[in-house]
Design a binder for this molecule. Structure first.
Ligand code: IMP
Length: 430
């Protein structure tokens, strides 16, 4: 049993990149299991800041091997750009260290075009996607018309024909349904063949990589993207992403059985954020939201790493976190951004919802009902001092310790990490 899973317990942006980076120090293989470049994981090392979208943050440790799992959707051009950016900063991204499971599906230009036009067509009911082509690429996967990374290993007339067929089918939609100009199949094929040449050495059998690592008693870290409440099956549908950021997505995305899992670390931001549309019962307004969000002047302020959009901000929602504990079998919590709450005299924590005069302790499955839920808050005292320099739990002000232990109590899961700033060293671990 040597697999540690790190996944988001909220609506994404919990700080998984930082926690993965910390745990990667003791890992041999870091594998990302789902999503694509809709994710944005930020890691701060000294004065350097790395914003990663597909490549696991473990890449910053020279001895770690990184795997892009079969459950992912990969935009080949953007992956090459990310590799080049890392290489420019002297990070080794050779095929010895970076592997791409041949099962991963490719995001091609027609997916991005369709993401944009379908979002526009939804008008006021738009999901607020990242416009990276994620939904349309997973749609093709499920429709069994997708193109997988392994097809780049042996580019053939068959691959070219399949891409051309796909472009023709998507052009029908683009032109006739959305009134858009058609895409040029020849250009798409040419660019893909160029990308294929560069990516071919990286493509491998991801489950075999994992299985080999397990047989060799290597330590494996499985890195999730997005968060539990964005899960296509378990999240606040339809305001979700198109993959499974929850534990089940880890097993299918990497090909790992449950008996191999040792720890499931749920990353929980000390308050709540959400990007895009959909219900968020604890959303704050006015000054509180502004203080939580920051101005955007700091890289850790609440603006999307991928899209730059301001995030919706509010108070910790224990009802939805209980759900995350339950569906993922969380064994521990990593609480991030506790330092941001130092600015408040009193900190509300949502311990239940109120719906039509009734107290609700569980998360409704219907977003129309969730939209009508009002938070029932328990107000915890603030601590009013800067905690960014604290490195030991007992050195935190009593009210900050009280905040962490109350979350543990409410969720019935212990916290083993508390992050008090963006830096690697700004972490309390016990
Ligand atoms: P998509 O994944 O681009 O299709 O977007 C679907 C929904 O998931 C939108 O509300 C996005 O804002 C949200 N989303 C996707 N990826 C992330 C992420 O990494 N962090 C936070 N929200 C995300």
């Amino acid at each position: 049993m040597s697999i540690t899973v790190i996944l988001g317990a909220q609506w994404g942006d919990e700080g998984k990149g930082k926690i993965t980076d910390l745990l990667a120090a003791d890992a041999d293989l870091v594998a990302r299991y789902g999503g694509g470049d809709n994710a944005g994981h930020t890691v701060t090392v000294g004065t350097e800041r790395f914003a990663l979208h597909m490549i696991p943050s473990g890449i910053l440790y020279p001895r770690v091997t990184c795997l892009l799992g079969g459950g992912m959707v990969i935009n080949p051009g953007r992956l090459l750009e990310e590799m080049d950016l890392l290489a420019d900063r002297s990070v080794d991204v050779s095929s010895k260290r970076l592997k791409l499971d041949g099962r991963a599906h490719l995001i091609l230009p027609y997916h991005i075009a369709l993401d944009g036009v379908s979002e526009r067509a939804r008008g006021g009911a738009a999901i607020g996607t990242t416009l990276r082509g994620i939904g349309p690429a997973y749609t093709d996967k499920v429709a069994r018309t997708g193109i997988r990374a392994q097809e780049l290993l042996h580019p053939s007339t068959d691959l070219e024909r399949r891409v051309c067929d796909q472009v023709a089918a998507k052009n029908l939609l683009l032109e006739r349904v959305y009134g858009q100009p058609p895409l040029d199949a020849g250009t798409i094929v040419q660019v893909l063949l160029t990308h294929a040449q560069r990516l071919a050495p990286y493509i491998s059998d991801g489950t075999e990589e994992i299985s080999h690592a397990l047989r060799s008693r290597k330590r494996i870290l499985a890195e999730g993207a997005q968060g539990t409440l964005l899960d296509i099956d378990l999240g606040s549908y339809p305001f979700v992403t198109s993959s499974n950021p929850t534990i089940g997505g880890m097993m299918t995305g990497l090909g790992i059985g449950p008996h191999n899992i040792e720890r499931v670390v749920g990353v929980v931001k000390a308050y709540q954020t959400r990007v895009g549309a959909g219900p968020m019962p604890t959303e704050a307004g006015g000054e509180a939201a502004e203080v939580l969000r920051g101005t955007g002047a700091q890289p850790w302020d609440e603006f999307g790493t991928t899209t730059g959009r301001p995030r919706r901000c509010g108070w910790l929602d224990v009802v939805s976190l209980r759900f995350a504990v339950q569906v993922n079998g969380l064994t521990e919590l990593a609480i991030t951004k506790l330092d941001i709450l130092s600015r408040f005299d009193e900190i509300p924590v949502c311990v239940a919802y109120q719906l039509d005069g009734q107290r609700l302790e569980t998360l409704p499955t219907d977003v129309a009902i969730l939209e009508r839920c009002r938070p029932v808050y328990e107000n915890l005292p603030g601590w009013g001092t800067d905690i960014t320099g604290v490195r030991v739990f007992s050195d935190l002000p009593p009210a900050a310790r009280g905040y962490v232990t109350r979350i543990e109590e409410l969720l019935g899961v212990r916290a083993s990490y508390v992050s008090v700033g963006p830096g690697r060293e700004q972490t309390i671990h016990w």
